[in-house]
Design a binder for this molecule. Structure first.
Ligand code: ZN
Length: 408
């Protein structure tokens, strides 16, 4: 079977849709359905936010703020731009609007979302639309890289391969770890910018919620998963604490998507949370039985609510969260004690070290081990169903030239 294009994956109408509704128990079935759908329909076009809007025009004098050209991303990474809303948000808005309709079709929103992209009607291409999603330019670029390069290049199904059962899940884990490692590097670099940390957090919550990640939730090392889900939130708290120390964790912050991004992380807590005690929980600040939200078992989520409240920063802008946030606040009220204010207030360093000791190699986490296009031909052949290298010479050369993998 031919490998599938990575750009196509982002525009697929069913993959994210089934994922975002899936729970951990039915995750494997929905992932299977998604990849089948991708194989059946290789003709879906490139998606909007993953394409460079107006890329037909190479006139630099006409460069718009929202454009995603390489030099713009490099030289002007922290300007806020608006593209279209994530699929999960589009779906929530649509479903909320139509839930009372007699002939309401839950799958409809997902199709509409893809249609808008493919017809270039979305906010990526039409800046007069008011339903877009605003965040830093580099965050969109990071999200695009994750969804079109980093994650699909570690997906054995995309290459018609079988390495081992959980290979794709551990590949996703490697991408997650690479983001945490980069976060930590920027955090500890004396010239590292808080804005740069923010671009990692803006993008990551989005692709964790939106990108088909069922194989990730299914990996056979549950302890490692739970430590990761917990650590991810402490990464968020480490950045928020730094913002706070710089006077920017507040209403009307210069991070104008602060409330929105907190909303996406609150939604991510639902995806990541569950009926397990948090390995990084010291038991002093509430517990999972504080409310019925899946995310309540995660200490970082409880801290997030309390920390946002402490600084009067609203968590808002994500439809699924807006409906529930007041209830969550009332459920944690008086039960969560935040650590005293200091540089590493939430203990990121110790927590990351704990993870690195258990799962890192040579003191490092992440890497490129799962990235199939970087393997030797022999290795790819060995695991391919048909024992042929799924990549052509042309594709390998394109990759060397920095092209996004587009295999049909
Ligand atoms: Zn779009």
């Amino acid at each position: 079977m031919p490998p599938k294009g990575s750009k196509k994956r982002a525009a697929d109408t069913s993959a994210g849709a089934s994922q975002s509704k899936s729970t951990k128990t039915n995750a494997s079935t929905s992932a299977g359905a998604a990849s089948e759908e991708q194989q059946r329909d290789p003709s879906v076009e490139v998606t909007g936010s993953n394409e460079q809007p107006n890329d037909a025009s190479n006139d630099d004098s006409n460069t718009e703020d929202h454009e995603m050209h390489e030099d713009k991303i490099k030289n002007d990474p922290y300007t806020y731009i608006t593209n279209c809303a994530p699929r999960f948000e589009f779906e929530s808005r649509y479903n909320k609007e139509h839930e009372d309709d007699d002939d309401f079709d839950e799958e409809k929103a997902s199709e509409l979302w893809a249609d808008e992209h493919n017809d270039r009607k979305c906010a990526c291409f039409n800046k007069d639309r008011t339903d877009g999603w605003t965040m830093m330019r580099k965050a969109f670029a990071r999200k695009m890289d994750a969804e079109t390069i980093e994650i699909p290049q570690r997906d054995q199904d995309m290459f018609g391969m079988y390495v081992y059962n959980d290979f794709t899940g551990y590949g996703y884990q490697e991408v997650v770890e690479n983001n945490m490692a980069e976060f930590n590097k920027v955090l500890n670099d004396k010239d590292g910018k808080t804005e740069e940390l923010w671009t990692i957090l803006e993008s990551m919550a989005w692709w964790i919620v939106d990108e088909p990640n069922a194989p990730w939730h299914m990996i056979d090392d549950g302890e490692r998963s739970w430590l990761t889900y917990s650590l991810l939130g402490f990464m968020l708290l480490a950045a928020l604490n730094r913002m706070d120390r710089e006077g920017d964790f507040k209403v009307d912050s210069k991070y104008k998507d602060l409330s929105l991004v907190l909303g996406v992380w609150a939604k991510a807590a639902d995806d990541l949370g569950g009926d397990v005690s948090d390995p990084l929980d010291d038991g002093k600040s509430g517990s999972s039985d504080m409310g019925d939200y899946a995310g309540f078992n995660l200490l970082w989520f409880r801290y997030l609510l309390a920390f946002a409240k402490e600084n009067s920063v609203p968590i808002q802008g994500v439809t699924d969260v807006d409906d529930k946030i007041e209830e969550w606040y009332s459920q944690i009220d008086g039960k969560v004690k935040l650590p005293p204010k200091k540089e590493d207030r939430f203990g990121w360093k110790t927590k990351l070290n704990k993870y690195t000791k258990s799962y890192g190699k040579g003191g490092k986490i992440g890497g490129q081990e799962f990235r199939i296009p970087l393997w030797t031909r022999e290795k790819r052949k060995k695991y391919a169903f048909d024992k042929k290298d799924p990549l052509s010479d042309e594709q390998i050369n394109a990759l060397k030239d920095g092209m996004v993998l587009q295999m049909m």
